[in-house]
Design a protein around this ligand. Structure first.
Ligand SMILES: [Zn+2]
Ligand SMILES: [Zn+2]
Length: 368
C-alpha cells in the first residue's frame, strides 16, 4: 500500500507531495490511516517563518486523528492505559516530555524542560510517515489517546490541540467557577473552544473578537456568548466601560473574574489586564509566536492583586478530558463539526493558503 504526504521544505516554500510504501510498524509504533489532520495556527506560523524548524525536509502537522491500521509488537495500550485494537480511532499527540526533568518529575509534563516532537525527523528516514500532513502516520502508542464511543472524529478534529491547550490553561489557573465572569480575547480556535468550555462550566462569557468572517461569527453566535464585542467596532475604553458595568450590575466586583488571552496579539495583553477585577486571574495560553514587547504599569498588578498564569502545552490526560467533554456534549459536536473544511493531502498548498487567509475556520486533511 502506498500513501501520500506533504513535505515541508522551509518557510514560504511550497509543500512537495511525495508517495511512499507503507511499512509494518516496529517496536511500540502504531500505524494510523488518516481520518483527519488539522492545520493549526502554529503550522501557519511555521510556514510564515515565525517558528524555527529543523534544516531538513520533514512532515509538519500535529493534529492527526487516525484509524489504527497496524500495531507494532511492543505497542499495547494508549497513553491513558486503554487497550488498542485495529480499527480504533485515536488522537495522536506529537509532544514527547522527557520524563526526567524537574517539572516532569513533579508531574508537570506540560511544562517539560526538554520537550521533543515525534515529527522532527527527515522524511527520507524510514518509515517516512513521521508527521501529520499525511495520509498515514506512525506514532508511538504512548502518544495516542483513543476516541471514546459517541464522539465523531470530525467534531474532535475541530480542537484537538486548542481544546487541550485551553483545558490545561484553566487547570493551571485553578479552574473556573460557576457564575464567574470570563472574558475571552479572540474568537480563533482557542477562543471558540474557551467560550464553549467556560459556558459549559456555568460561567458568564464575554467575547472580544473579530466580526469580519461571517462563518466564524455564525459559529460564535451558536456557542452563545453572553456579550460579544467586535474589537474594530468599539474602542478599548468603550469595551472596558461596558464590562465594568456588566460586572457591577451583577454585584461581582470591579471587573471580570477571569480573562483569557487567546488572540495572540501582543497589544491584547495590556488591555486584558485592565478588564480584571481586583484579585482577578489572567490566563495567557494564546501568545504562541513572539510579537514583541508591550508596556504595562506593574503597579496595577500589585495594587489590584492580579494573578497572571501562562500555559503553552498540555498533557495526554488533557486530551482525554477534551474527548470526554465532547462525549458529554453531543450538541457541541454538531456545532464543532461545522467548523471543519476538508482538503486532500495533495491540496496542501491550497489548504495552507486558505488557513492563512482565514477563508476556512478549521482546515483539515482528510481521505475522501
Ligand atoms: Zn496546535
Ligand atoms: Zn521533562
Amino acid at each position: 500500500m502506498k500513501k501520500r504526504c506533504a513535505v515541508f521544505h522551509g518557510a514560504g516554500r511550497e509543500f512537495e507531495i511525495r508517495e511512499f510504501e507503507v511499512a509494518k510498524p516496529a517496536g511500540d509504533a502504531v500505524g494510523l490511516k488518516l481520518v483527519s489532520s488539522g492545520i493549526c495556527g502554529t503550522d501557519v506560523h511555521i510556514h510564515q517563518g515565525f517558528l524555527k524548524m529543523p534544516d531538513f525536509p520533514l512532515i509538519i502537522g500535529h493534529e492527526f486523528i487516525g484509524e489504527i491500521d497496524a500495531v507494532g509488537p511492543e505497542a499495547a495500550t494508549d497513553a491513558l492505559g486503554r487497550q488498542l485494537h485495529i480499527g480504533d480511532r485515536v488522537v495522536a499527540c506529537v509532544a514527547i516530555p522527557c520524563g526526567k526533568c524537574f517539572n516532569c518529575l513533579r508531574g508537570e509534563t506540560a511544562s517539560c524542560l526538554a520537550f521533543g516532537v515525534t515529527y522532527a525527523r527527515n522524511v527520507e528516514e524510514e518509515p517516512h510517515f513521521h508527521g501529520g500532513f499525511s495520509e498515514y502516520l506512525f506514532s508511538p502508542a504512548k502518544n495516542l489517546v483513543r476516541i471514546p464511543e459517541g464522539v465523531d472524529p470530525f467534531a474532535a478534529a475541530a480542537f484537538p490541540c486548542g481544546g487541550p491547550t485551553v483545558i490545561r490553561s484553566c487547570a493551571y489557573g485553578g479552574g473556573l467557577e460557576k457564575e464567574e465572569i470570563v472574558v475571552v480575547q479572540g474568537n480563533g480556535s482557542l477562543g471558540l473552544f474557551a467560550l464553549a468550555w467556560a459556558k459549559s462550566q456555568g460561567c458568564r462569557v464575554i467575547m472580544i473578537g473579530s466580526a469580519a468572517n461571517p462563518q466564524r461569527m455564525e459559529l460564535t453566535r451558536l456557542l452563545n456568548p453572553d456579550l460579544f464585542f467586535d474589537y474594530r467596532g468599539n474602542t478599548p475604553e468603550e469595551i472596558r466601560e461596558k464590562i465594568m458595568t456588566y460586572a457591577t450590575d451583577l454585584k461581582r466586583g470591579d471587573g471580570a473574574d477571569v480573562v483569557m488571552e487567546t488572540s495572540g496579539s501582543a497589544d491584547a495583553f495590556p488591555f486584558g489586564l485592565t478588564l480584571l477585577r481586583t484579585r482577578g486571574r489572567y490566563f495567557v495560553p494564546g501568545q504562541y509566536s513572539d510579537r514583541g514587547p508591550v508596556s504595562i504599569p506593574p503597579h496595577m498588578i500589585t495594587f489590584r492583586a492580579l494573578r497572571i498564569l501562562g500555559s503553552g502545552q498540555y498533557t495526554m490526560a488533557d486530551i482525554g478530558t477534551y474527548l470526554g467533554f465532547l462525549a458529554e456534549h453531543p450538541d457541541l459536536q454538531t456545532i464543532f463539526r461545522k467548523l471543519v473544511g476538508k482538503y486532500r493531502v495533495d491540496e496542501a498548498n491550497r489548504a495552507m493558503a486558505d488557513a492563512a487567509a482565514g477563508n476556512v475556520v478549521k482546515a483539515v486533511f482528510a481521505d475522501f
